[in-house]
Design a protein around this ligand. Sequence first.
Ligand code: NAD
Length: 84
Amino acid sequence: MGKAHSLAYAALPMYFWPPPAMPIRSVIADVNAELAAEAAVRYGYERSTGDWRRVVDDPNIDVIDIATPNDLHAEIAVAAAHRG
Ligand SMILES: NC(=O)c1ccc[n+]([C@@H]2O[C@H](COP(=O)([O-])OP(=O)(O)OC[C@H]3O[C@@H](n4cnc5c(N)ncnc54)[C@H](O)[C@@H]3O)[C@@H](O)[C@H]2O)c1
């Protein structure tokens, strides 16, 4: 679903014009640095990390998109909510 969501962000101005916002695909996380780096190249993200906490802790990130397996959603969502 990370692939599907990334594609949607990239295509947003093709569907909505003028676009309400232009998403910047800033950083993508996966289970380790190598997989995340590959995903960043493949899906067009500026940076990557093997630790999702770095994304949640980054004050420059406005939106967190959670596309992990279901049993990880709550921990990430609660951490992101605590960070605003
Ligand atoms: N596949 C579908 O058609 C589909 C449709 C609707 C909703 N969903 C939902 O999307 C979510 C993901 O499903 P999927 O099918 O894409 O699963 P997937 O297993 O293909 O992808 C999950 C990704 O999360 C990564 N991941 C796992 N643990 C992680 C961690 N601790 N930190 C960072 N990344 C981690 C995996 O490496 C993988 O890249 C689920 O909640 C699922 O219910 C999937």
